[in-house]
Write a protein that binds this ligand. Structure first.
Ligand SMILES: [Zn+2]
Length: 329
């Protein structure tokens, strides 16, 4: 009986190990977290997570899509401080260690969840997490060095390169506000400052338009991730000459009409549009006009409210869908 149990436990261990061993592909996983965002980019044992969804639902997604026994996320980006993007942070950081945390430090939010987030960031910073505000054009490269992978691809093709697109219009005033914001974030005594006083210091209220945007490249694959970025910032990105045609785009703000202007879509022209939104959500996301704009540029729309968690794989040249409810196409 004991032997049988041990064999049974070992076979489960082996199954988990084999099922969750990394391959040579880039996995883009849009977690089904209801109304919110949590997007995992996974290459070998390197992971980038963009936002944490509204609650602990991010954990079941990571449990399925992180390599077996890997409890470390290399880079976590919080695009902005709305609850549907930071709500899972506390539970996430109880289970996973975070190497680098990028967030818009020069903004604050007058909400209980933001104060809780701040407390938690202070704790994980003590445990070794490096907390940073990204700057425009800052890049992070990841390479997978497994022998099978190296034999197949040269080193430039096999690396995942992330470039931060925001803030796209950081000026001296904002830079100084950022410096002040850093002390605000780390010094608890400044909690007592009122929203008005913070604004006088040049620290902005967190809003969708302050979302951190990311351009990711893996071989020839181009991917755009826009948080809840809205039209005015989209225009700034176009004017900065930063937007070119991409293969895949995480559509801004869950498909809201405040994002994805036709001018922007005509520039980015994604073949695949990923929309993360809750089933029958109260905001009516995704907006019908946005869907029709996407249709008019011939983009294939994949929605978490209809498909659950969406997983796209790429070898750096081609990309394909591996969905829990659908097979490869
Ligand atoms: Zn959102």
């Amino acid at each position: 009986m004991k032997v049988f149990f041990l064999l049974f436990a070992f076979s489960i261990f082996l199954w988990e190990f084999l099922a969750k061993s990394p391959d040579q592909f880039l996995h883009i996983t849009v977690c089904d977290v209801g109304q919110g965002d949590a997007i995992l980019l996974s290459l070998g044992y390197s992971q980038v997570l963009i936002d944490t969804g509204p609650d602990e639902s991010v954990l079941s997604c990571l449990n399925k899509h992180m390599p077996f026994l890997d409890k470390k996320i290399d880079v976590l980006v919080l695009t902005h401080f709305d609850d549907d993007h930071i709500g899972g942070f506390d539970q996430l950081t109880q289970v996973y260690a975070i190497n680098y945390l990028f967030l818009p430090l020069n903004t604050y939010k007058d909400s209980e969840s933001f104060l809780k987030l701040k407390e938690r960031i202070i704790s994980i910073e003590k445990l070794g997490t490096i907390v940073k505000e990204p700057f425009l054009g800052q890049q992070i490269a990841f390479s997978e060095f497994s022998p099978s992978h190296q034999a197949k691809y040269n080193s430039t093709e096999s690396s995942l390169l992330l470039s931060f697109l925001t803030p796209s219009d950081l000026d001296l005033e904002e830079y100084l506000a950022l410096e002040r914001a850093k002390s605000f974030l780390w010094q608890k005594s400044e909690d007592e400052l009122s929203a008005e006083e913070l604004q006088n210091m040049g620290i902005k209220t967190s809003d969708n338009d302050g979302s951190i945007g990311i351009f990711a490249q893996f071989g020839e694959l181009k991917l755009l991730l826009l948080g809840d970025l809205e039209t005015t910032r989209e225009v700034a990105l176009i004017e900065s000459g930063l937007i070119t045609k991409v293969d895949i785009q995480k559509i801004g703000h869950h498909g809201s009409k405040t994002s994805s202007s036709s001018e922007f879509l005509l520039r980015s022209r994604p073949e695949i549009s990923l929309i993360s939104c809750g089933l029958n959500n109260q905001f009516g996301h995704p907006n019908a006009e946005v869907l029709s704009n996407l249709q008019s540029i011939g983009s294939q729309v994949l929605r978490t409210d209809k498909m659950g968690t969406i997983e796209v794989l790429s070898d750096g040249q081609k990309f394909w869908l591996k969905n829990e409810k659908q097979n490869l196409f």
